[in-house]
Design a protein around this ligand. Structure first.
Ligand SMILES: Cc1ncc(COP(=O)(O)O)c(C=O)c1O
Length: 392
């Protein structure tokens, strides 16, 4: 059995072959900075990065390519949005399901500028109730932040309804799409969302070191730039350019990463997100059905409908600490999963797994197969059997 990688929610593996080839081509044959030179190699690098931006805008439904800002990961994108928008005296509403890449900037801003926050827990089914966001609104609510899909349970959140609530009072809506982009079709243009943030290295299948923030037209006037520096444009001016994407992209780009991301976006466009989604949901269903036969395994939010889930499943095995279980799966069965709190402590508080070491998480990509699921379930069965009936 080849390596069984089931930790795609952390970062996806393997990458499509074209991604490896694109990075190799950049590193071996080009190797120059983007936006900084007049050589043939520099023009090629500029053209690939422009194409990457165009493809990202198409995949995310952004209004135009320059509205996609390249960052270095999802965390970077969320920091840009939160620190760029929020000012002293502001109030923010977020869910308790958020990843620490939202929780920690909010904590920092609470301490540094006295930001007021209201955190809304999910209902028993793992989804937040939009009316609770409406009830939490204050005259100074500047922004609502909600993740699109939980990185712990895979449950999709009602971003449309919550976004409409934000829009009705003139607050900005920030959506963390780290676990949805690449796994299901999204269109910023068609959603009541102002800022859509995510990673390039998870569902979009690009390399680590890539991320993006898509900004609705006009919203850039409400988001200050966090970093200032060289952009390769308007170099005579001491001030950061106002135009996009330069306002937010100072310093050299991660050119090899963006070469890889351009290739992975092309691969995704060619394959089709609908096809990828139905593949990942069929694996989710297969895994849930098989796990239901293991009495010592508990899966979380298993009753959520397919349309409200991505291919991320959390479980516990009675008698095992999740970290210990993940280590056995890796060492004895070459299965890579992720154990613990998954940087989302609030999600574990609502599942009741915060005090007990979190959960074991399985997450799929387009390259995951039914053989992976079978191997995982068989391995779990074996591990559980060894505990229940130790060899005499
Ligand atoms: C829901 C969610 N948001 C944000 C992030 C941060 O993304 P990155 O690892 O690209 O910084 C993650 C990463 O796991 C995540 O799952």
């Amino acid at each position: 059995m080849p390596r069984c990688y089931l930790d795609n929610a952390a970062t996806s593996w393997p990458k499509p072959e074209c991604v490896l080839a694109a990075i190799d081509h950049y590193q071996r044959e080009l190797g120059v900075a983007a936006g900084r030179g007049a050589t043939r190699a520099a023009f090629e690098v500029d053209a690939v990065i422009a194409r990457c931006r165009l493809r990202a805008a198409q995949v995310l439904g952004a209004e135009s390519p320059e509205r996609v800002i390249f960052t270095f990961n999802g965390t970077d994108s969320l920091n840009l949005a939160l620190h760029g928008v929020l000012k002293p005296g502001d109030h923010v509403i977020a869910s308790t399901l958020e990843h620490n890449s939202v929780n920690r900037p909010l904590s920092e801003l609470r301490q540094r500028i006295g930001l007021q926050t209201t955190l809304i827990p999910p209902e028993a089914n793992g989804r937040v109730e939009p009316a609770r966001f409406r009830d939490a609104l204050r005259p100074n609510t500047r922004l609502i932040a909600l993740l699109h899909a939980s990185n712990v349970t895979g449950v999709i959140q009602p971003i449309e309804d919550v976004g409409t609530i934000a829009r009705n009072v003139g607050a900005l809506m920030l959506v963390d799409a780290a676990q949805s982009a690449g796994h299901l079709p999204i269109s910023l243009r068609e959603l009541p969302v102002d800022l859509l943030a995510g990673s390039g290295h998870k569902g979009l299948l690009g390399p680590l070191g890539t991320g993006w923030l898509a900004i609705r037209a006009g919203v850039e006037d409400r988001v200050t730039s966090l970093r200032q520096g060289g952009t390769g444009s308007l170099s005579e001016d001491d001030h950061q350019p106002d135009r996009l994407p330069d306002k937010y992209e100072s310093g050299n780009h991660n050119a090899p990463g963006l070469f890889g991301l351009e290739a992975s976006l092309a691969w995704l466009q060619d394959r089709g997100l609908d096809v990828i989604r139905s593949h990942e949901l069929s694996l989710r269903r297969l895994l849930l059905d098989q796990l239901a036969e293991l009495p010592n395994v508990h899966t979380f939010c298993r009753d959520i409908r397919d349309e409200q889930a991505v291919g991320v499943i959390s479980l516990t095995l009675a008698g095992f600490d999740p970290q210990e279980l993940a280590a056995i799966l890796d060492h004895d069965f070459d299965i890579q999963t992720r154990a613990g709190l998954h940087c989302a402590p609030g999600a574990h508080r609502s599942l009741g797994t915060f005090e007990s070491g979190g959960t074991l998480r399985v997450s799929f990509s387009p390259f995951s197969t039914s053989d992976d699921v079978e191997h995982f379930v068989q391995s779990l069965r074996q591990i559980a059997g060894e505990v229940m009936w130790p060899a005499t």
